[in-house]
Ligand binder design. Structure first.
Ligand code: M6R
Length: 366
């Protein structure tokens, strides 16, 4: 069932051109520049009128939720709070019938996320779900929702579920923006056309996997890694670090790039690989200054950046070029090299990639 791949994780990384296309299919109408999400029709008025949106999830799904925060605020002008589902539950949350909560879960069985659903429902909120597993408990208990249709994810490390979650969040944010008129119509059209091109661009990235494999060899025994990103790619920095921790057992941290100078910069020396995700145009100059700060302390720069971003590429020891895209859709591309990097490092270290120690695919205990 691994279709010739040595691990489910690699198979699932390579499946992403198809799983994202499956997620968009029948929803993204490029010809008419519109988006239909059947599962949300009944709650559309609630969503359009929402004064705020609370997103709750765990792990990788929480990282997708953070990308969602930027998307909803930018495109639909809805203030968003992103919560760890576990923390939400124990904070006596201020939530009531006027609120809309959105939970994100690949398995639909995560105990902390399910507990947040029940808590919010009990307080009268409208609760929506983004789940991958059809008929799962969270899918059944939420008032409405959208399936990601990424297909079964077997590897414990979540990969194709993340890109499908972000695809759903992007569709939701654009669709609500169009209905609320909070998005320039031409910009919405550009985003819809670009979303349609994302599967092809993901394919171009996975086809470069050999160069990422070679790079991984050089960093296999690094004891620590730092990941830096800004705006839409700050959550991708967190996600890259989580992937490395869980399957390669290397200590890694993700930060918004500007936070580096408030502490983590003290860690940087010639032993420290720093992965810089420089894929949002309007923060590029700031990113370049961050890279220079790292280099001045002899840190080793690996960059994930647009093919045309020569300045960043020249400053990097290694660079994984990604196709150009709209800033707000860039997480769908930038996360792919990070998934591959953690995969190849884990394989080099002899780790059990699909079943990392101490972890379960779905965490059904609180
Ligand atoms: O099934 P869920 O999306 O609710 O799972 C949430 C987390 O347990 C999950 O994303 C976990 O962090 C993954 N192992 C990350 O790769």
């Amino acid at each position: 069932e691994k279709s010739g791949y040595p691990h489910f994780m690699l198979k699932e990384i390579f499946e992403q051109p198809n799983s994202i296309a499956d997620c968009l299919r029948g929803r993204l109408d490029v010809k008419n520049h519109s988006i239909q999400l059947g599962g949300l029709v009944d709650v559309m008025d609630k969503l359009i009128g929402a004064k705020r949106l609370i997103i709750a999830a765990c792990g990788t799904s929480w990282h997708a939720g953070l990308v969602g925060e930027y998307l909803f605020e930018h495109l639909s002008k809805i203030p968003v709070e992103v919560e760890y589902a576990s923390e939400f539950r124990y904070r006596e949350p201020l939530i009531n019938e006027d609120d809309v909560m959105l939970v994100i879960s690949q398995s639909g069985e995560t105990a902390d996320t399910l507990a947040a659903v029940r808590e919010a429902k009990q307080r009268g909120a409208t609760v929506l779900g983004i789940c991958n597993v059809v008929g799962s408990t969270i899918a059944r208990e939420t008032d409405a929702g959208v399936y990601t249709h990424a297909g079964p994810e077997i590897g414990v490390a979540s990969t194709k579920a993340f890109t499908a979650q972000v695809s759903v969040l992007a569709m939701m944010a654009i669709m609500i923006g169009q209905k609320k008129n909070t998005i320039d119509p031409e910009y919405a059209e550009r985003l819809i056309e670009e979303l349609d091109r994302i599967p092809g661009k993901v394919k171009q990235i996975v086809e470069q996997s050999d160069s990422i494999k070679r790079m991984a060899e050089l960093f296999t025994y690094a004891p620590n890694f730092l990941y830096l990103g800004r705006t839409y790619n700050f959550p991708v920095a967190l996600e890259g670090a989580l992937k490395l921790k869980e399957i390669s057992y290397i200590h890694a941290e993700g930060y918004p790039a500007a936070e580096m100078k408030h502490g983590p910069i003290a860690l940087i020396d010639a032993m420290m690989p720093v992965v810089v995700i420089a894929a949002t145009d309007h923060t590029n100059d700031k990113m370049i200054s961050n890279i220079e700060e790292v280099k001045a302390r002899k840190g080793r720069i690996i960059s994930i950046t647009g093919k045309e971003n020569e300045e960043v590429i020249d400053l990097s020891e290694f660079s994984c070029p990604i196709p150009e895209t709209e800033d707000c859709l860039s997480p769908l591309l930038t996360v792919i090299p990070l998934q591959l990097l953690s995969y190849y490092i884990a394989v080099n270290r002899g780790c059990n990639v699909d079943q990392p120690r101490n972890l379960a695919k779905s965490v059904t205990v609180e």
